[in-house]
Structures are given as C-alpha cells and as structure tokens.
Design a protein around this ligand. Sequence first.
Ligand code: UDP
Length: 431
Amino acid sequence: MYHKVLHPPVSIDSYLPFLSDQFAEELTSLAKELGHLRFVHLNSTETGGGVAEILQSMVPLMNALGIATERIVIDPPSEFFQVTKRIHNLLQGAEGSLSKEELEVYYGSVRQVADDLRRRPVAADVWFFHDPQLLPLAGLLPRTSQEIRIWIGHIDFTTPNPSVLDTLLPLVHDYDRLIFSLPSYVPARLSETPPVSIAPPAIDPLSVKNVALSESAAADITTALGIDPARPLITQVSRFDLWKDPWGVIDAFRLARNHVPGLQLALLGLSQATDDPEALDVLATVSNHAAQDPDIHLYFDASVLTCSIDEVVNAFQVASQVVIQKSTREGFGLTVTEAMWKAKPVIGGDVGGIRIQIDDAVNGYLVSSPEECAQRLVQLLQDPQLRARLGEAARESVRERFLMPRLAFDYLQAAKAHAFSAAETASTPST
Ligand code: UDP
C-alpha cells in the first residue's frame, strides 16, 4: 500500500551559482544543525502535478545537504482518488458535501496505508505529509515522543467549502505543525494550535524542465509537434482541470488572434496526475471548444513524444512569446514560476498563489477575464521590448524568491522549531 521512490543524487555545489553567499551559508549551517535527523516525505502520486514535481527535487536536495531523506508514495485504490479529487475541489470552494460512502473510501484507504506502515515501518524523525490525501494518516500511526509530524497543504484554501472544512479540520491536531503556501490560506479557525509556517513552493533550476534550453533547440521540439516556428506562439501548461480555465484561454486566444494574425495556441496537459480522474472529461469539452481549429494545439498523449514530457514543457515555455496561466483557483502555480524563470512574460489569473508571483505590470500581468487576457496578449505580442522588460524582471524575481533551496530552508526551519523541544522531552526523565 506504499512504495519508496528513489531519486538520483545531486551535489549542493550545483545549486551554489543560483544562491547568494549569505543564503548558501545560512542553508548549510541550518542543515548541519539538523544533520542527525532522518526525514521522510509522503505524498499520493509519484509523478504529475506540483507536489510530485517539488518532491523529486526536494528529496535529493535534502540528501545533498547531509540530511538522510526518503520519499514514500502511497498506493491506494482508484476510488480513493475519485474522493480526494472531490475533497480537493471542495477545499478550493466547490459546492456540495462528502457522502458517508466517500468518507468511508477516504478513511478506509488511508487506514490501509497506516496498516502497511505498521507492518513495514519507516524509520524517520521528521515526517512531512503532503496535501489533504494524507491528512488522516498521522492520527493512525503509532508515534514516539521524539517524532515530528508536519502537514503541508499546497492548495488554495481561500474560500473552502465549510462542510468539508468541518469534517477535515479536527485531523490537523494530530500534527505538530502545519505549512501553507500563503498566509491568506490559513483557515481562520486555526488561529491557535498547531503552529503554522508559510512556505510558498519553488522550482528546481537544475531539473530538465528548467535548465537553459536554446531557442533553436526549443523550436526543433515544438516544430516536430506541429508548431510553425515562423508564427507567434502562446502556451498554457496545465493538467486539463476545471480550475485552470482552458476554455477561457481559448476564448482569449481567439480574441487576440483578430489583432495578431497567424497566432498559435498550445495547451499542454501531458502529465496526467494519477490522482486526477476528471481530466479526460475536461479534455473532451476543451476539444469541443477548440472546434478543430488548426492553430489550437491540444497535447495530452505523452506516448507520441520522442523526448521527455519535461523537455517538451521546457521547449514550449522557451518557444512561446507569452505564457498564460489563466487559473480561477491556484494554490501556487508552479507553471507560472517555470515560465518566469525562462524570462517569459506570464499572463496569470488574478487568484491565489499567482498573485504572489506576478507583480502586475512589473514582471507579468494579472487578469480576471478572457477579454482582459486577450488585451494583455495583444499588447505583449505587439511589443518585443515590453516582453523583454517584463521577462527579465520575472526571471530575477524567481531567482530571489522561488528556487528550491529557499523551500528546503523553509522546511528545515519548520522542523527545527520542534527538533529541539522534542529532544528535551525525550531527555526529561519520566516521573
Ligand atoms: N506539468 C507537466 N506537464 C504537463 C502539465 C503540467 O509536466 O503537461 C507540470 C508543470 O510543469 C508543473 C506541474 O505539472 O511543474 C503543475 O504544477 P502547478 O502548481 O502549476 O499545478 P497543479 O497541477 O499542482 O495544480
């Protein structure tokens, strides 16, 4: 019911060119303080989606910092993901409530993971449980007084559905600390315990998806996938998901094309997260909306690729004049960071975590409708200097705030807040 995932090792030296000397020193000395602890990260999917993306870099980075860190992915039945997708939607504000049967599937599946972890225990001092899928797990596992349990919520909790919040909120008391992406996501009723940290996600500048790729190499990849390199291209990279508003992107594209003849649109939803059973239904309606327009390219079948999904994502972000992320809810939006790192102007939905990344009209644009999106598209597509200026500001803001070593630092600090009090508890003789 769970398996361990191994990631290739990395050296901390590879990250140093991206860090200031002062930050590199702070990070390595914090890691040294915690070097005696074993960490484990648990999540629900090995690949696909933002959390898997973060963990495949975070786990090797923590090991490179001298902290023995493992990754565990749970293997629940497929109906678990039907329920957790509903929970995800409800926590992001969808209407409705969870049925008794759904709750049974949810708790029953997590209980099976807990049973398996009892049969095949994992030795760790600091546990990071990622996202609502794992929320009931801490309460089902035996614990020693030294263990530190941290739950990390990566989604947009701005307007959670109250019924699902009432159901799930008591579970947080099985954790020593909670981590949210933004201060505004912390549910008001959580003002007391457990303590909360804020840690916005980050990207890995060394990953295949984010390493420097030349424009010509990018064009080779996009051309092989049907894009005309002589005409302008705009892209949204996103799972086919309700909250990513692919229909709005198509509407904005059609409006913009009236002013920018020859414009092409790519919608990339290649890595279907296994916890996202709705993707195929969304894709069907998006495909309908695209109405076989030859300049709207929908990519969803990774089996036709001749290179990796990560290379394709990188290539489309590099080859696009403008990148869109027109989400209507977004916990953070790693795709925004990825494109900004490539010095692209990004037009993002004015929601959630996109707001802390895009400073409107400084390093990108925030929009609230297809019309506004189209207007910004036309402005950017007609003005190469504006694109270059916003793009450079975008890259610099990612370098300063949203690279993986900063997130590792935040996670280590969250652990440190408990590591020493746990050690004190352990050494206090019982009376
Ligand atoms: N992604 C990908 N291929 C795709 C679509 C998305 O590799 O076809 C990646 C994307 O590059 C990003 C992650 O999946 O790293 C999505 O994270 P984000 O925070 O943007 O959204 P989430 O899927 O977690 O809601």
